[in-house]
Design a protein around this ligand. Sequence first.
Ligand code: URA
Length: 257
Amino acid sequence: MKPGHRKPPAAQVKAEDAVRLNRYLSMCGLASRRKADEMITSGLVTVNGTIMTTLGTTVRPGRDRVFVNGKEVAHVDAPIYLVLNKPKDTITTSHDERGRPTVMELIHARKRVYPVGRLDRDTTGVLLFTNDGTFANAMMHPRTGIPKAYLVTCDKPVEREHLAQLRTGIRLDKKMTAPAEVFAVPGGRGKEVGITIREGWNRQVRRMFESLGYDVRKLDRVAYGPVTKEGLPRGSTRALTHQEIRKLKQLAGIEKD
Ligand code: URA
């Protein structure tokens, strides 16, 4: 499959696809996989009426009937996690009163998904979408501090002392930004700067540079935690991989498995 061509989200499980019983129980929100293994080995789980104590047993979601402790486990559709390589001139909203193009017009998912945070109209790059509210809230929670990497193109070369200030913190709205990783991009004639921040204040990167007297000509988010837009054309989406989802959840402290 060519980069940019949408494929089904990695976590999507079709009814006929068999999954390991412990994964199924964790997908249904019942327990971590480790806890599910304990339930299985202790004989609490039946599949189509038979007690299953063998780890590695597989089930077909939507077809096999799974009971834990005598209670049927409902099959829930696996959540969707996507990344869009956002183009310029698109608004991060579901509907624009003025009829301008929105990011939602670029998303074609089997269920309604929502952006995780927002990017300004002129900002390009990595924007996540999901229908998993717990995940979205965790990503955006101020304490989580997922590293977000940007490539900034300024109107003029950024002075060395300003790079140092960006690194240590900039006063915005009477608050200091947290320490950031900042570097002048080799070959960028001083105008191109890489910056990684862990907060997500409104228009934060633009305001950090503007407060030092620079005009941001281009702003591209190149990474959101482990997720990059490498190989993903502008305007295209792809499903996050299992590893990316797991890593993001670990960073947010919601994956204990
Ligand atoms: N910082 C900004 O200034 N704009 C964005 O879109 C994202 C981060």
